[in-house]
Design a binder for this molecule. Sequence first.
Ligand code: IMP
Ligand code: MG
Length: 164
Amino acid sequence: MSEEKVQQKVKALARKISKDFSGREVLLIGVLKGAFVFMADLARKMTTPVKMDFVRLASYGSKTQASGRIRFTKDLETPIRGKNVLIVEDIIDTGVTLHHLYRRLEARRPRSLKVVALLDKPGRRKVDFQADYVGFQIENHFVVGYGLDWAEKYRNLNGIYVLK
Ligand code: IMP
Ligand code: MG
């Protein structure tokens, strides 16, 4: 997926999200590390005021199990109670990460809680999870670039590519 195609999609997502929030402040919560590139571009294309925070998650046990849990290795620095919150994720694969993160953040009583994922692999779900905003639905391939890594490599590619 070319840099141009990715940028066009990020612009379209930013426009749609800004319109939906109609001028209200949004707290973007990036899921480290993969989402940092997407979030940087998305945030700069949004026309509504934004604040930013990040979480970093680790999964307990095997991620291939639907029962897999997550824990914060870096929690938010901001209280989210009463705020409009948008979780920013690079890709939804099994859905385990977002399923658990969503529930953990929901319990803190934000005013609203939405999710944007640049990429979505619906064919890989282990738990039911749907984002409010999705950039591209893709096949069950492992992809790298634009924040996504393989063994920490390729995060800095401008486009998104299937790992060969
Ligand atoms: P999930 O809990 O299975 O939905 O995991 C999502 C996380 O797995 C993403 O945030 C990525 O860090 C990682 N991941 C899933 N698929 C890919 C891929 O194709 N390339 C790179 N990372 C991936
Ligand atoms: Mg990730």
